[in-house]
Design a protein around this ligand. Structure first.
Ligand code: GBH
Length: 469
């Protein structure tokens, strides 16, 4: 069988996020974020895990960059911890926080790895939450100030900037379902938060554009999936429209088309009158971006059969509390998420059709699986190799059919703090032994190195990648 070869210049990368890997929670003047508070609140994170130490990447970044170089990564996607830069989220800048990312960016450059920087991967300074968090318009203005500070220091060396990672999660898991920081359960507040996150994106993209050298690119990374009705009923079809509206179109439409989707405004009318949207906001939000980042894991399959959110489990879907996510039969990851590379095909062709001029990059794709010890003592994660290979085959096919897909970032470089699941879920292609912080390559890391080296994948069924002594 012929290998599937990617276009020359296709960017091979891996991703992480600050709170998930850095640790060093009080080092060098770092302030607290909402995730410090949340993780230290009993009952919020499985086993009481916190990001206090995480993978200690803050202290081990040189070792980790060397590992990335061994893998052959062309690019590394990381996020900056806002409270390291502005401990209270205000105008007071902590230079020692900036120094860390300065060193990281230089270390990457020394190894020929392109830094891809995300400004906000969910760690809002706690002081800003105390002042209203994403429910407050002011937070969006603060974000633009923070963006300008980071761009001022690193703009000369970072060619690709992402404003926000998955604002849907920040708004709806953080303020409606309450399963993420800050753990609020208020649907109206979540919708306000969504608007202010979008405003932060627009203001932040504007601030970046003025601070960055010309040629630097700006992106937004969204969690995107196809949404499918679980059955043929009208209720399921309506639920699919509602979920797609709240999770995806609420973000895509204002950013790429400059207006909120009318059906979502209607669906949410029982919860809010949207009076927090000011005249002019819908001209700020569509600030031009150069790339759309896609984080894809699994399709969403829904029906409308719920009675509303069960007690103690507030809904992530304000105004549509009856919708339910359904797990489908078939293979799942350790998260219980269905494995469906086909979903990526549907998603890419939809984006290509609806936003034909917007270049795309897969900023996250990957899977958690429980470790399977291999004969060589390493982690024989054939399941992860299969997941990555099958999704890359779809990405390749999309490119062949004309989709402007520029790169792929596996989630994640390292096992890390998986938010509400703590350290119990492992997404890394590199294993982390938390007691010793020892990093070791899983079979998928060996496999990915070959993918990068040959710029392509083998279409044959997955064979076990060789272990490394
Ligand atoms: C990403 O979030 C994050 O960017 C990353 O930090 C994280 O480690 C990684 O994925 C793995 O989780 O069940 O209602 O939440 C992915 C978030 C999770 C959003 C699944 C959509 C399904 C709907 N996605 N979720 S719900």
């Amino acid at each position: 069988m012929t290998r599937l070869v990617f276009p020359e210049g296709f960017v091979w990368g891996a991703g992480t996020a600050a709170y998930q890997i850095e640790g060093a929670a009080r080092a060098d003047g770092r302030g607290l974020s909402i995730w410090d508070t949340f993780a230290h609140t009993p009952g919020k994170v499985l086993h009481g895990d916190t990001g206090d130490v995480a993978t200690d990447h803050y202290h081990r970044f040189r070792e980790d960059v060397a590992l990335m170089a061994d893998l052959g990564l062309a690019a590394y996607r990381f996020s900056v911890s806002w409270p390291r830069i502005q401990p209270d989220g205000d105008g007071v800048v902590n230079e020692r926080g900036l120094d860390h990312y300065d060193r990281l960016v230089d270390e990457l450059a020394a190894h020929g790895i392109t830094p891809v920087l995300t400004l906000y991967h969910w760690d809002l300074p706690q002081r800003l939450e105390d002042a209203g968090g994403w429910g407050a318009r002011e937070t969006a203005e603060r974000f633009a100030g923070y963006a300008a500070v980071v761009a001022g220091r690193l703009g000369d060396r970072v060619p690709l900037w992402t404003t926000l990672n998955e604002p849907w999660c920040s708004a709806f898991l953080g303020y409606a379902a309450g399963t993420h920081a800050p753990g609020r359960a208020d649907g109206a507040l979540a919708l306000r938060a969504a608007h202010h996150l979008l405003l932060a994106h627009g203001l932040g993209a504007g601030a970046l554009r003025s601070a960055l050298p010309s040629g630097a690119e700006i992106a937004l990374a969204l969690n995107l999936s196809p949404v499918r009705p679980a059955d043929a009923t009208d209720g399921a079809a309506d639920a699919a429209r509602r979920v797609d509206g709240l999770a995806h179109r609420l973000f895509l439409d204002p950013v790429l088309h400059g207006s909120y989707p009318a059906d979502v405004l209607r669906d949410t009318a029982p919860v809010t009158d949207w009076s927090f949207v000011r005249p002019g906001d819908e001209r700020i939000i569509p600030a031009p971006i150069d790339l759309l980042g896609i984080n894809y894991y699994a399709p969403l399959v829904v029906d409308g059969g719920g009675e509303g959110a069960p007690p103690g489990h507030p809904s992530a879907w304000p105004g549509s509390e009856h919708v339910r996510l359904r797990e489908r039969p078939g293979p799942v990851t350790a998260m219980g998420w269905n494995i469906e590379p086909d979903g990526l095909r549907t998603l890419l062709s939809r984006l290509h059709k609806e936003y034909p001029d917007m270049p795309l990059v897969i900023t996250e794709n990957g899977a958690a699986f429980d470790d399977v010890p291999g004969p060589d003592g390493g982690v024989a994660d054939t399941d992860r190799i299969g997941y990555l290979r099958d999704h890359l085959a779809v990405a390749h096919e999309a490119i062949e059919s004309g989709v402007d897909l520029r790169g792929y970032f596996v989630w994640s470089l390292l096992d890390n703090f998986e938010w509400a699941f703590g350290y119990s879920k492992r997404f890394g292609i590199v294993h982390v032994d938390y007691p010793t912080q020892r990093r070791s390559w899983k079979h998928s890391a060996h496999w990915y190195r070959e993918v990068i080296r040959t710029n392509g994948i083998d279409p044959d069924p997955v064979r076990d990648a060789p272990g490394r002594a």
